[in-house]
Design a protein around this ligand. Structure first.
Ligand code: SF4
Ligand code: SF4
Length: 416
């Protein structure tokens, strides 16, 4: 992986045109020049030339980045601030260590044992009804109630696993990477992917022992942890597959970065797996997708583009196509659908005020569509969407296109 100084030329390429100001969600929220790419490059130029000390205060400005890549689309010099900021954060961590809150979050998700404990705790919270009690007690308590409601929304399972009758048999041999949220926090999306693949005859195995994808450790500049997780995940995926399926946008994009941090045979394997990695929405558009006849869902739905899916993996039309194929779905495009939801991994915890402002903007665009449901393909985005809606005193079903499709299949199966 490249170091900060390896990006010197890219940083010097910034022409200071300011086009990035028009799209950077943080700049639009705060109006601060230091947070937009141009401002960050000015700071980094100072650091690289030794004129500015790389202090924790400077690092706080560098933390003001969602890694959404919106500025890259508009940058005439084609500079990827996301990569440069990751390298800068890694450099800062070498000098001053990693922020304690980030360190704690990464520590929780790094170990499967801790994730299993988290899963057991959440199961108790849900099964004993504590989740509903917390909802009721804190409902009118202002900000704490809002945070609990956002947290509880992440635990709502849209889809419970049910064995469906396969409609066909496909020769596709795949592995499925469900990610840590899908495996330990909310299995709804994982259930839906498994059911939709089974219904369409696609054999997809989930290898045992997979870890968190590590994308939050990478964006925090904790490259050592990202490397450990990459090593574990790459070694567990079999070679003899046609596809490596992901559904969470963040997990999908991690596979692009694994080759950068690995060496030797594992690096080669990671490069091959990256070529086989495919988002579930893309795969569903590639196969002859089964759509039952005579059954409808009657839902109005809008779609939010996760940055890690639209800008990192260029999957934009496919989730919309899946939604539009579902009979009875009234699809409504929202304004600025590809603008970041404001969650961005640890950003919503570290910069709650700015994060809330960005999420509220997104929520208003959702409300303007008057859609009943909001679809997205990223577990992290569901936090940003719930946060934005809660801030405006609203609540909506958050669902992924594949969960909605699984709902249709379940309705058909239960009708027979
Ligand atoms: S990646 Fe997103 S948040 Fe970061 S500078 Fe670019 S537009 Fe702003
Ligand atoms: S759009 Fe690109 S070149 Fe222009 S100011 Fe922003 S980072 Fe620099």
């Amino acid at each position: 992986m490249k170091n900060l100084k390896d990006y010197s030329e890219d940083i010097y390429k910034c022409s200071k045109c300011g086009f990035c100001q028009s799209v950077c969600p943080i700049f639009l929220e705060t109006g601060l020049e230091t947070v937009v790419s141009r401002g960050k490059f000015t700071l980094l130029h100072g650091i690289l030339t030794g004129k500015v000390e790389f202090s924790p205060k400077i690092a706080r400005y560098l933390d003001m980045c969602l890694g959404c890549k919106a500025c890259l689309d508009f940058c005439p010099s084609g500079i990827s601030v996301e990569e440069i900021i990751t390298a800068a954060r890694a450099e800062h961590n070498k000098l001053h260590g990693i922020n304690l809150l980030k360190k704690f979050i990464i520590w929780c998700f790094k170990s499967n044992t801790r994730l299993k404990l988290l899963k057991s705790g959440l199961n108790i919270y849900k099964k004993t009804g504590l989740i509903h009690i917390a909802d009721k007690i804190f409902r009118f308590s202002g900000k704490p109630g809002e945070i609990i409601s956002i947290f509880n929304r992440q635990l709502k399972e849209n889809i419970k696993y049910q064995k469906l009758t396969p409609i066909t048999q496909s020769n596709i041999k795949a592995a499925y990477f469900p990610g840590c949220i899908g495996s330990y926090v909310n299995t709804s999306s994982k259930n839906a992917v498994t059911m939709v693949l089974e219904k369409n005859g696609v054999k997809a195995r989930i290898p045992k022992g997979l870890s968190c994808c590590g994308i939050s450790s990478r964006s925090a500049g904790d490259i050592q942890t990202f490397k450990e997780l990459a090593r574990r995940n790459v070694s567990l995926i079999p070679d003899d597959i046609d596809y490596l399926i992901t559904d969470c946008a963040s997990c999908g994009s991690a596979w692009e970065f694994y080759p950068e941090v690995l060496e030797g045979e594992l690096k080669e394997k990671a490069q091959n797996l990256y070529k086989k990695a495919i988002n579930i929405n893309k795969l569903l558009n590639r196969i002859e997708l089964y759509i039952p006849e005579g059954i409808e869902l009657e839902e109005s739905v809008t779609y939010h583009d996760p940055c890690h899916l639209a800008r990192f993996q260029h999957v934009i039309d496919e989730p919309r196509e899946v939604l539009k194929k579902i009979p009875g779905v009234d699809y409504r495009e929202m304004n600025e659908a590809d603008r970041c939801c404001g969650a961005a991994g640890t950003f919503c915890v570290l910069k709650p005020g700015v994060s809330q402002g960005i999420s509220s903007n997104k929520a208003q665009n959702i409300l303007d569509t008057k859609a009943q449901m909001v679809a997205t393909s990223c577990s992290a985005c569901k936090i940003g969407l719930a946060q934005g809606l809660a801030g405006l005193g609203e609540e909506k079903t958050l669902i992924s296109p594949v969960e909605l499709l699984a709902k249709l299949y379940i309705r058909e199966e239960n009708q027979e």
